[in-house]
Ligand binder design. Sequence first.
Ligand code: OAD
Length: 234
Amino acid sequence: MTTYESIAILTGAGLSAESGLSTFRDKGGIWSKYRIEDVATPEAFARDPRTVLDFYNMRRRRVLDTRPNAGHEALARLEAGFPGTVTTITQNVDPLHERAGTRNLIHMHGEILKALCMHCGTRRRWEVDITVDVTCGACGRTGGLRPDVVWFGEMPYEMDRISEVLEICDLFLSIGTSGNVYPAAGFAARALAAGAHTVELNLEPSKQNDLFAEAVHGKASEVVPDYVDRLLGG
Ligand code: OAD
C-alpha cells in the first residue's frame, strides 16, 4: 500500500451502530422517530426546552455504559501505530472513540457527556439528566444549561483546525456516514481537491460516492479493522 504521512478520518453514526447506538437516517433511525425541527435546533430549545432536553437525556443515558466496537478500536490502533499523523474528526456525540483510546480527536458536533451554560459559556462533564431548573455551578444562573452538542443552524466546532487537517492530509477516510449533513459532507471533496486519496468505508454507497477513489462496503466492525491492518502493513 502507498505510504502516507497524514491521515484524516471522518466518522459518523454508522461506526457506532454495532455498539448499539442508533443511526439517524437508516430504516428505524432517530430521524424516523423525531423531527429535527422539534429536537435539534436552537429554535426548538427556545420554544420547548423540556422536549429538547428529554431527547438528549434519553440519548445520554444510552451512551453511559456503551462500549466501543472493533471499528473504534482499529482506529485507535491506527493512531497509535501509524508513523505519521492521524486526526479523527467525528460527527458523533458519543464517547466511543475516546473510550477506545483515540486521542487526536475532534468532536465537531460536540459531546453528549458535556453540558454548556448558555449564560456564561462554561462547559463541564455532565452524566446525568439536564432539566430546565438546573443551576450552573460556575455563574449560579438557572435555566441556561444545554447539552454541549451542535444543533442544526449552529456552526460545528473546530472548523479552522479541521480545514488545516483537510488541507494537508494525503489520505482521507470517510467511515459510517451518509454524507447528508454539511459541512462534514463537504470534507471528501475538499480532501480530494487538496490531492488526498479518498476512501469510503460504509455499509452502502453514500451520497458522496463519486468523490471516493476507493470504496469498501460492509460493517464497520469488519471493514475498518481490515483496512487499518492494510495501512499498518499487518
Ligand atoms: P446517518 O444516519 O445519516 O448515516 C449513517 C451511515 O452509516 C449510513 O450511510 C449507513 O449506511 C451507515 N451504516 C449503518 N450501519 C453501519 C455499520 N454497521 N457499519 C458501517 N456503516 C453503517 O448518520 P451520519 O452521517 O453520522 O448531526 O449523520 C450525520 C449527522 O446527522 C449527525 O452527526 C447528526 C445527524 O443529524 C446533528 O445532529 C447535528
